[in-house]
Design a protein around this ligand. Sequence first.
Ligand SMILES: [Zn+2]
Length: 311
Amino acid sequence: MRYSIGIDLGGTNIAVGIVDEQFQLVDTLSVPTQANRPWKQVVADMARCVHTLLANNALDPSSCIGLGAGVPGVIYSSAGTVLFSNNLRWEHVPLGHALAVATGFPVRLSNDANCAALGEVVAGAAKGRKNVVLLTLGTGVGGGVIIDGKIYEGTQGAGAELGHCTLIMDGLPCTCGRKGCIEVYASATALVRQAGEAVASHPDSILAGKALNGRSIFDAMHRGDPTATHVVEQYKHYLDETAVNMVNIFRPEVLLIGGGISGEGQPLVDRLNAYVRKNCYAAPYAFVTTVKIAALGNKAGIVGAAALCLA
Ligand SMILES: [Zn+2]
C-alpha cells in the first residue's frame, strides 16, 4: 500500500492526515497554527506533525509518495509559492520548497477550497465526477473548481474566487475592498449579521437575547418564528441566485454546498435544485446541474491535499 500526506493549513489549525491510495484517511493530527508567528516556525510545526504521524502509525517514509498542502489564499502552485494569504498574513512565502526541505517529501500546493473540492471528487459527494464546483458557506464563501477531473485555479493561482463575484452591484462592503460580493450575502457570517439586524428591529423574536449562529437561526425558523423565517427566506434567495450564477458559468455535473450552513441539509438542497432547474440558462433543453451537500466536512481539505500527490 502506498500513502500520501495531506495538510489542511488554516488560520486556526494545522490539520495533517495520512491518506491511502484508495483515498481513505488513515490517521490525523492537529495543532494550533499560531498564525501571528514567523512562517518558518509554522513550517517547522507542519514537518513535526508529519514525522509524528508517520511514527504513530509505524509507517516508513519510503511508503509515502508525497505531501500535499491546502492553504487559504492565492497559491501559485507550480512555483510552490503562497503569493498572498489574508488568514495567515503571509506574502510571497516559498512554502513548497521549505516543506520539501523540512520533510524530505516532494510537495504539491493548492488553495484550501480547491483541495476540499478535489477531496469530494476522489472520496466524497462528487466521487467519480469530472466537472464539479464546491461552495463553502462559512466565515466567508470559498470556491473550488474541478474541470475535467483537475483543479482549475486560474492564471498563477489567482482565479476561482467565487465568493468575490458581485451579487448586488454597489451593495454592502466586503473584506476584499469591493462591494456587494456573494460572500457579504451568502456566508454564515452574513446570515448572522442579517439575523442580528432583523432581531434589533423585531425584539419580540424568539432569537432576541440568544447567541446567533447558523444553527440557532435555522432552529428558530423551524419553530415558526416570523423574524427568523423572513431572514432565512431572504438568505436562501441569495443562495438561489448564487447557485444559478455558478451553474450558468460552469454547468458542472454537481454543485456542492459545504461549510457550516450545509448542516441544513436536504431541505436546502431540494429548494436549490428546484430553483436551478427553473432558472438556469436553457434549462428545458440542456443538461441541468444537480446541487448536493458536500460529504467529507472538514476532512475534505486533508483528503484533497493528499490527492494532489495520488491523483
Ligand atoms: Zn469580496
